[in-house]
Write a protein that binds this ligand. Structure first.
Ligand code: TYD
Length: 133
């Protein structure tokens, strides 16, 4: 988890910043966001070969479960100043979306379908092949 700056001023409200070279260990080439996910639905269910990401609940809350093929760990994202840094080669599942949740993802590369691993058995094989890296 990366805690982002919260800039307070004498005006009401907060402002958080993600800046290349300071906040995340990659340069951001793409931003996308998930919203209007019905309660009970899940998203994700894939890993990336090269992509690094920072996932932020800019509104509402949801759960992200990360899996390296051996250990799974779940994170509740519910603060707009917390970012979950996801390295390449990690399976992720997103669920438990609250009403009004907005999941913003900052990504290190532009969209490439070939970077996705969408089959869990393929993911386990991929981890096995790359286990010494
Ligand atoms: P996907 O990454 O599978 O969604 P999630 O992991 O959130 O469940 O993407 C859903 C669809 O959106 C898929 O058809 C690909 C498309 N898409 C783009 O065209 N560009 C993008 O940058 C992203 C993230 C997805």
């Amino acid at each position: 988890m990366i805690e982002l700056d919260r800039h307070h001023s004498d005006r009401m409200g907060n402002l958080s910043v993600v800046q290349n070279g300071e906040t995340v260990p990659f340069d951001v080439k793409r931003v996308y966001y998930l919203y209007d996910v019905p309660g009970g639905e899940s998203r994700g269910a894939h890993a990336h070969r090269e992509l690094s990401q920072l996932i932020i609940a800019v509104s509402g809350s949801f759960r992200v479960t990360l899996d390296d093929g051996i250990v799974k760990r779940s994170f509740i994202l519910n603060r707009p100043y917390l970012g979950l840094y996801v390295k390449p080669g990690i399976w992720r599942d997103l669920d438990d979306f609250s009403s009004g949740a907005v999941c913003m993802v900052l990504a290190s590369e532009v969209y490439q379908e070939a970077d996705y691993i969408r089959d869990y058995d393929d993911f386990l094989k991929y981890r096995d092949i790359h286990k010494d890296e």
